[in-house]
Write a new protein. Structure first.
Length: 177
């Protein structure tokens, strides 16, 4: 992706559907960790931009980092978030700070491997199967950069609509009490 937040769209959609089985914060951490690599090489004028962490082997390391370090970091961030909400905001913006191991594992795997997959569709320098193969048979096969960006945006909008429906349903339920 030209910009990491495009990757968040599918994560928002998955969170809206999988709810407690999926952690959007863990998913986002995996996206950011993977895209630190091309950002580093871009700022240093070194090419190719996409290297080790844009392989499935490298993404596996990101999965492990997210599981070991990401879970406690995200839980701490969520507690911080909740601690800064006033009573009115808590009704709508409170986020459960506990992230289950199941959600951590699922989110880090989906986040890391989907990142490599999506980038391998549009970037010639992504070699997803290195060190076993230097070819990228997926590039330019399914979507263009624009097509991938639109897909990610649509996923994000879909997820936000589902969240809005949950929110409105919960609000109606509360008002009936």
């Amino acid at each position: 992706m030209p910009f990491t937040p495009f990757h968040f769209g599918p994560g928002i959609a998955l969170k809206s559907l999988l709810r407690n089985w999926f952690s959007l914060s863990i998913f986002i951490i995996s996206q950011i960790l993977i895209d630190i690599e091309p950002l580093f090489y871009l700022f240093h004028g070194q090419y190719p931009l996409h290297r080790f962490f844009h392989t499935y082997l490298g993404a596996t390391f990101v999965v492990l980092i997210c599981i070991i370090i990401g879970r406690p970091v995200c839980q701490k961030m969520l507690r911080f978030w909740n601690g800064n909400l006033n009573k009115q905001q808590e009704k709508f913006l409170y986020i459960e700070p506990f992230i289950s191991w199941k959600a951590t594992i699922i989110s880090s795997i989906i986040g890391s491997y989907s990142h490599v997959f999506l980038d391998s569709l549009i970037y010639y320098d992504v070699k997803p199967f290195e060190p076993f193969s230097t070819s990228n048979i997926l590039v330019d096969t399914i979507f263009s950069v624009k097509g991938i960006n639109i897909f990610c945006i649509i996923c994000g909008i879909f997820g936000l609509i589902i969240f809005l429906m949950y929110f409105l349903k919960a609000k109606v339920r509360i008002s009936k009490k």
